[in-house]
Design a protein around this ligand. Structure first.
Ligand code: FES
Length: 127
């Protein structure tokens, strides 16, 4: 997996996969030094997060992706974040892959990474 360094931002760009190898609804994993990062295609948008749950360090990126019901009035359901809510496989804490925030406590968050699609390839941007 080749990595290139961008001089202006001092960010490493890591080649993850060809976009066709990561179709919507799938995920893959990339090793970044000693860390593993999960890279997800959620309805055509690519998200990436460190595969370590902030609760007790479970491999959170192996959890299921779904959505959530936001607080709403009695008898109404406000379905949101379809596919973007990652549930930790150990104790079920849920995180929004779009910003890494925990649904129950926004002060608790997954480490997320920026991704770029260029010339049909998916890249992970690592500081
Ligand atoms: S280790 Fe992830 S919820 Fe407990």
């Amino acid at each position: 997996m080749p990595a290139t360094q961008t001089q202006a931002t001092n960010t490493r760009r890591i080649d993850v996969a060809a976009l066709f190898e990561l179709p919507p609804g799938t995920r893959t994993f990339v090793q970044v030094g000693r860390n593993r990062v999960g890279v997800f295609n959620i309805a055509g948008t690519i998200y990436a997060a460190l595969d370590v749950c902030p609760h007790e360090r479970a491999p959170v990126c192996q959890g299921r992706c779904g959505g959530t019901n936001r607080p709403s009035g009695v008898g109404s359901f406000d379905w949101d974040a379809a596919g973007c809510v990652l549930a930790c496989p150990w104790h079920g804490w849920e995180f929004d892959l779009r910003d890494g925030k925990s649904l129950h406590d926004p002060r608790c968050r997954l480490k997320t990474y920026r991704t770029v699609i260029e010339d049909g390839r998916v890249y992970l941007m690592v500081p």
